[in-house]
Design a binder for this molecule. Structure first.
Ligand code: SF4
Length: 327
């Protein structure tokens, strides 16, 4: 990839939940590489494993789930076997996460200054009040918060939704992480504020040199923000290509279905087409392609054999029997 080094390399990642009713395979063999200064969008329907990929990277998979196979390397260092203390230091300093709803991620009983100050002190070793205030102001100015001196003294409930999200972005970036994971960062916001926050995120990753993994169900958001897109379905990445290429030449029937269902500016359709059927039950292991029951192009082999990942053009990968010659 243009001689760039990988920041994150995931190979064969499987994350499963061990419930009384059975085993749910939330991630079923994820392969994903994010390079330095690259923004990668992860798209797919609810429950396809987008957020679980993020939780697995950060080793925050909730009980009774756990990573059962595969490797996650951050700059060449394996994360799946890292001890808890070292993993804690990776979170925040090396890999930061912006959550969907800033209201629940910010602590309601502490001011913005308290929360930003704690993170900066912990990760940058700055405890002197004047030096810390200077750093906090810089962090708030970076995310273009109006009147940052006033905002420092405020509690989360005194901030608007957009301001809370800016504070959370500021928290996530205050330790200059190499990788920023943003999980549906604008879903809880008004449409006008969504655009501002996305523009800000894009500008900040370019300015700080971080890489970004942007999780969303909204194709419009990744089209505007990301260099590359990974399409997830039923715990697998089914297609992976640069943004323009994916929109111009979708190869997987699921991606093609998502794009047809995606409203385009100026296009008049009485009704937007939908992909028929529903996502499969992840508790029932499937031998073949998980999309088979919804796919109009399914072949006989599709229900029997898992399609392997093949390159259809340089940098464009797809897992589908239509392209892998039946396996
Ligand atoms: S592998 Fe078969 S069922 Fe799956 S998307 Fe391709 S054609 Fe459709």
């Amino acid at each position: 990839m243009n001689g760039k080094k990988p920041v994150l390399e995931i190979k064969g990642l499987r994350t499963q939940f061990f419930l009384r009713e059975g085993v749910v395979t939330a991630l079923d063999g994820i392969d994903l590489t994010i390079y330095e200064n690259e923004s990668v969008g992860i798209v797919g329907e609810t429950g396809c494993g987008k957020s679980m990929t993020a939780y697995s990277i950060l080793r925050l998979v909730p009980h009774p789930g756990r990573i059962t196979a595969g490797s996650i390397k951050y700059k060449g260092n394996e994360l799946t076997t890292l001890d808890i203390d070292r993993m804690r230091s990776v979170r925040g300093t090396k890999i930061s996460m912006i959550f969907q709803d800033a209201s629940t991620a910010l602590d309601p009983v502490f001011t913005v200054r308290d929360q930003l100050g704690e993170v900066i002190s912990l990760h940058q070793g700055i405890y002197d009040k004047a030096a810390l205030d200077k750093k906090i102001l810089e962090a708030l100015e970076l995310v273009r918060i109006a009147a940052p001196r006033d905002v420092m003294r405020m509690y989360p409930h005194e901030l608007s939704g957009g301001m809370k999200q800016r504070v959370m972005i500021s928290l996530a970036l205050s330790c200059s992480p190499s990788l920023l994971i943003a999980d549906e960062p604008t879903t809880a916001l008004d449409v006008t504020i969504q655009g501002q926050i996305l523009k800000l995120l894009k500008a900040l990753v370019a300015k700080t040199g971080s890489s970004m993994m942007l999780i969303t169900h909204n194709l419009g958001i990744v089209a505007e923000t990301c260099d590359r897109i990974c399409v997830m379905y039923a715990g697998r990445i089914v297609e992976d290509a640069e943004t323009f290429e994916l929109f111009a030449n979708p190869r997987h029937p699921y991606t093609a279905g998502l794009l047809v269902a995606f409203p385009k500016l100026g296009e008049k359709k009485a009704e937007l087409p939908v992909i028929r059927g529903t996502v499969p039950d992840l508790m029932n292991p499937f031998k073949g392609c998980p999309f088979v029951d919804r796919c109009d192009k399914a072949l006989e082999v599709c229900s029997k054999q898992r399609p392997s990942r093949v390159a259809v053009s340089p940098g464009h990968f797809v897992s589908c029997h239509l392209w892998s010659g039946g396996g």
